[in-house]
Ligand binder design. Structure first.
Ligand code: SF4
Ligand code: SF4
Length: 254
């Protein structure tokens, strides 16, 4: 069933009219009762939903990562502001993630299972600037990567890309154990902290408000596009396209 779901992701990308190009999607699964989902109330949002609150009777959580291609990363890295292609990719991928989730839910329904998903973005508390269903935290529990200093999840295919996730009452075989919470490479790298135009990542912290102001400014700049509150300068460094130190981020006990 997991392979069929992966095929659905690839097929939905292939059929879409996205101009954005992606590398091979990554996927991961976790049991719905994994205790790490409870811990997301401390790590992500005090009211972060549990899988069973998203879907009564939930058995499995599935997460996927759509990694952007290297040209898109290169364009945003070199652009003096935020590249238009990066903003367009955000807009396009929001729709694509929804389409993928719809297709997977349709497949699971045909197999007699229920599934539910949350919107790819803008499901957050506008005061706390936190999401009550954080796809990247869900992807962490599903074993897809470790968090970088830039607050992104660094997967085996890097962090430049987008996450989606869903909950189902079907059994999906869990992935290998989760990785360390924080990526050890960040102890000897500060690319993202240096490159951030509003110094939101200084001193090992994250100034969410400063970052969000910048995202809204980018949205104003590209005001001919649908909502495009993005920047991603911090996602175009050494961890953009690959795990910068794969041997130091191998799986640990969950
Ligand atoms: S740019 Fe460097 S410090 Fe920042 S998240 Fe990536 S590896 Fe870590
Ligand atoms: S998205 Fe932009 S503003 Fe926000 S932390 Fe990254 S580089 Fe800084």
């Amino acid at each position: 069933m997991k392979q069929t779901i992966t095929d659905i992701i690839n097929e939905t990308i292939r059929k879409s009219d996205c101009r954005t190009r992606f590398r091979e999607p990554l996927t991961g699964c976790a049991p719905a009762d994994d205790p790490q989902f409870y811990r997301l109330r401390e790590a992500a949002h005090p009211n972060h939903l549990l899988p069973g609150e998203m879907l009564p009777g939930a058995r499995s959580v599935f997460a996927f990562f759509l990694p952007f291609d290297s040209q898109l990363v290169e364009k945003n890295r070199k652009h003096p502001y935020v590249s238009r292609e990066w903003a367009e990719a955000y807009v396009e991928t929001n729709q694509l993630i929804k389409d993928i989730c719809e297709e997977i839910c349709g497949y699971l329904a045909d197999m007699g299972f229920n599934a539910a998903y949350e919107q790819p973005t803008h499901n957050f508390d506008s005061e706390l600037l936190l999401s009550n269903w954080s796809h990247k935290h869900i992807a962490y529990v599903c074993g897809l990567g470790s968090f970088g200093r830039n607050t992104m999840l660094i997967t085996g295919g890097g962090c430049a890309g987008r996450f989606g996730s869903l909950v189902t009452d079907a059994y999906l075989e869990p992935s290998a154990q989760t990785r360390p919470l924080y990526h050890p490479f960040c102890e000897r790298c500060d690319y993202c902290a240096r490159i951030c135009p509003v110094s939101a990542l200084r001193d090992g912290g994250f100034n969410k408000a400063a970052c969000y102001r910048r995202l809204l400014e980018v949205n104003d700049f590209y005001n001919d596009l649908p909502l495009s509150d993005v920047c991603g300068k911090c996602a175009c460094g050494p961890c953009a396209l690959r795990d910068p130190a794969p041997n130091t981020s191998e799986t640990v006990g969950a």
